[in-house]
Design a protein around this ligand. Structure first.
Ligand SMILES: [Zn+2]
Length: 346
């Protein structure tokens, strides 16, 4: 079974003010990646718009209405988050692309899918736009998968920022696991290791806050000790990736030092877990990534690792003396404390 890319060149129509990092040129990078893979024979489809019902699984109806009312207008929703006249329609396509990807993978017509979308989604709260995000694309996708019968959905967020919106939307839900690696302390301020979910969802939020400057070896440790074992224990029916590329060393916003090869390794680790738990069902949805070259090469690496033969992840060596092993190991320990609370509850 093959991999499908969900993409449209319309993602450039969401405009942000000059100098804004989440700029329309990012969509041109998606266009180039999509066209390269189309030429290699990979199927690329255009998304449908998400419906209000699909959005309302994770957003308040009032909020959906407020965003719909930005149609035709350029507004600042918060100091970072803007709309242009087409933004509502484009945001519907971004959420819709994720939902399309979920439908195909859950139906079994495709093993894996990549939704190349903007605006990004993981900061969008149930009733608030935030951090360049209007609708929470990955959350819409996970909720759609649940509606289609997936019992458990795992979301792994390797964007350099913590996905506050995704965490909050699912924090009381034991059927949607949220695992995040992120620079901390940093925007948006959430994502401490002791944020582990609430009520029935306690233990199903796993945060691995990492010090600025983390290198590939730190992430390798976190994947080996936290991400992979936690996913294995959760046994998801679908693995979703909030695929942000702003932890890349070239990124102008993030302070981490990952390389394109690190993104390939993380994606391959997640592919291996998906093959073990759920016949390879995996969906990557783009989030941040503001250096256009790093965005292109890293996204391309994700598609390569998903379309290629299954292989063992090859983590690159950063060549940077790891004075940080200690702090990453500490983060691992703290993250697991929350997750193992799950065992006590069973
Ligand atoms: Zn980000």
């Amino acid at each position: 079974m093959s991999v499908i890319l969900v993409h449209t060149d319309r993602f450039a129509e969401h405009q942000t003010p000059p100098g804004h990092p989440e700029r329309p040129e990012r969509a041109e990078v998606f266009d180039a990646v999509a066209s390269r893979w189309r030429k290699k024979g990979t199927e690329v489809v255009a998304p449908r718009a998400a419906t209000s019902e699909q959005l309302a699984r994770v957003h308040d109806p009032d909020y959906i209405r407020r965003i719909s009312e930005t149609t035709g207008r350029a507004l600042a929703l918060d100091p970072d988050t803007y709309t242009s006249p087409e933004s509502y329609d484009i945001a519907l396509l971004a959420a819709g692309a994720t939902i399309d990807a979920v439908e195909r993978v859950m139906a079994g017509t495709h093993r894996a899918a990549v939704a190349m979308v903007r605006p990004p989604g993981h900061h969008a709260e149930r009733s608030r736009a935030m951090g360049f995000c209007l609708f929470n694309n990955v959350a819409c996708g996970a909720a759609h998968a649940r509606a289609l019968g997936a019992r458990r959905v795992a979301i792994v967020d390797y964007d350099v920022h913590h996905g506050n919106g995704t965490q909050h939307i699912f924090e009381i839900d034991p059927y949607v696991l949220y695992v995040s690696t992120h620079q901390y302390p940093y925007y948006p301020g959430t994502g401490a290791a002791d944020e582990i979910g609430r009520d029935a969802g306690r233990g199903f939020t796993v945060n691995v806050p990492l010090e600025v400057g983390a290198v590939s070896e730190d992430y390798e440790l976190v994947f080996a000790r936290v991400v992979t074992p936690v996913l294995r224990q959760f046994e998801p029916d679908l693995v979703m990736i909030s695929a942000g590329f702003d932890a890349h060393e070239s990124d102008p916003l993030g302070g981490m030092r990952l390389t394109t090869e690190s993104f390939a390794a993380m994606t391959l680790e997640l592919r291996a877990v998906a093959e073990e738990c759920c016949r390879g069902r995996l969906i990557a949805v783009t989030e941040g990534g503001y250096d256009l070259h790093a965005l292109g090469t890293s996204l391309d690496a994700v598609v390569t690792t998903l379309t290629g033969p299954a292989a063992s992840p090859r983590w690159p060596s950063s060549g940077i003396p790891s004075s940080r092993g200690g702090s990453a190991a500490e983060a691992v320990g703290r993250a697991l404390t929350g997750f193992w609370a799950l065992d006590d509850r069973r």
